[in-house]
Write a protein that binds this ligand. Structure first.
Ligand SMILES: [Fe+2]
Length: 411
């Protein structure tokens, strides 16, 4: 089957942010875009990001004649309460446009506020387990996402992830009606990202690209985004990590993570994200770190089911060339990912989040994590469909190889 067979037989809707402003000083365009939509902007950020970049954004908005209302209590995993509190400000100040400042957490908070602004109900009502996919009836108000990471790609996606603290779970909302109107992608805003977050967000973006590329929902358009994203991330993530002030590498990563977001929102994520959500919740580690711990094992597990795709991944990562046969190259892809994770000293950052559970404690929750992974639906998008036993085995392998203090990847 050729990669265009799907489009020869059926139509697909390709979603994308309405406009993308890319490159150094892109942030200076924020005010002009906001002014097109009204005179009062609700600006959403975490406290830390507001300290770093808040003045820059507030100044360009005010210079364009846009009044600002600032909400800086966005949490790293935004909560129902974050969205409701920010929405109260939206209502109280009769705002016209949402401006998010930050990465996925700020953007997802903005999408949540937008949903409440134009739709009846509580935010939980729009989750895929209640409303299904495309369960948001009306488009959000104008949303401008000023991105400061590279990254979650949320500025390009249909997805919103919200933490429900009352049940200690996360829920997902997916709708074309939440895709931001404008994405502001200014690499200068990522220079202040610490090495750890450069690594986490970069590996998250690589995971988006690889998962979209091998997904059973893949087709030519997201494949193109994914290939370009993988090339950019493979060549520029180590450079951006090693020297955060290298603006060429930061710019390449900014484009790469955007394309990775465009890839997965038009294809899907798969088994890695299915395993990463429960693992991240158990270990209280960032999403990108969880992905980086899991990705090599899922690639190794899956390579046989999409050898041409994984061979292309291996060639892009530089661990195979045209002299390798397709299956031989595919089997090398996991090695390329492990090498990249090692270059970024990824497992070293586990120490920043406290001790991992003992093997016995971990084995106690493997069954629960496996069920959560299956319930998320993401494993169904994987080219090799895992059984519950296979998912359990993957979780155990990850512990023994990457999580245990004396494991090969940590010593
Ligand atoms: Fe992700």
């Amino acid at each position: 089957m050729t990669r265009n067979t799907i489009l020869a037989n059926e139509a697909r809707t390709v979603v994308s942010p309405g406009r993308v402003v890319l490159g150094a000083d892109a942030v200076s365009h924020t005010g002009d875009h906001a002014a097109l939509h009204g005179d009062t902007a609700l600006v959403l950020a975490t406290e830390q990001i507001a300290e770093f970049h808040g003045d820059t954004v507030l100044d360009v908005l005010e210079d364009a004649g846009v009044e600002t209302v600032l909400y800086t209590d966005v949490r790293p995993d935004p909560t129902v309460e974050n969205i409701e509190a920010a929405y109260d400000l939206w209502e109280e100040h009769d705002c016209d446009v949402i401006v998010t400042l930050g990465g996925g957490s700020s953007i997802d908070t903005g999408k949540g506020v937008g949903i409440l602004a134009t739709n009846d109900g509580s935010i939980r009502d729009f989750a895929v387990d209640r409303a299904g996919y495309e369960g948001v009836p009306n488009p959000t108000p104008p949303l401008i996402a000023v991105n400061t990471t590279a990254g979650t790609g949320s500025e390009a996606t249909r997805s919103v992830v919200v933490s429900d603290e009352s049940t200690s779970t996360k829920f997902l909302i997916v709708s074309q009606n939440v895709v931001p109107d404008v994405a502001i992608e200014d690499p200068k805003l990522t220079v202040s990202l610490p090495k750890s977050h450069t690594a986490f967000t970069g590996i998250d973006a690589l995971t988006h690209a690889i998962e979209a590329y091998v997904s059973v929902n893949a087709y030519s358009v997201p494949d193109g985004y994914a290939e370009s994203a993988m090339e950019r991330i493979a060549r520029s993530l180590p450079v951006a990590w090693a020297n955060g002030e290298n603006l060429d590498a930061r710019a390449d990563m900014m484009v790469g993570q955007l394309q990775a977001g465009q890839a997965f929102t038009n294809s899907s994520v798969a088994l890695v994200h299915g395993l990463a959500r429960p693992l991240g919740a158990q270990l209280h580690i960032p999403h990108g770190l969880a992905n980086g711990l899991i990705l090599p094992y899922v690639v190794e597990f899956s390579a046989m089911a999409a050898p041409e795709k994984y061979a292309a991944v291996a060639r892009i990562l530089g661990v195979a060339d045209e002299n390798h046969g397709t299956r031989e190259a595919a089997d090398l892809a996991a090695q390329g990912i492990l090498q990249l994770c090692e270059d970024l000293e990824l497992t070293r950052y586990l120490d920043d989040f406290g001790a991992v559970p003992s093997r016995e404690e971990y084995l106690d929750v493997v069954g629960e994590m496996t069920q959560d992974a299956i319930d998320s639906g993401s494993p169904d998008n994987n080219p090799r469909k895992p059984t519950a036993d296979e998912i359990e085995n993957l979780y155990v392998t990850i512990y023994d190889d990457a999580l245990a203090p004396d494991s090969p990847r940590r010593s």
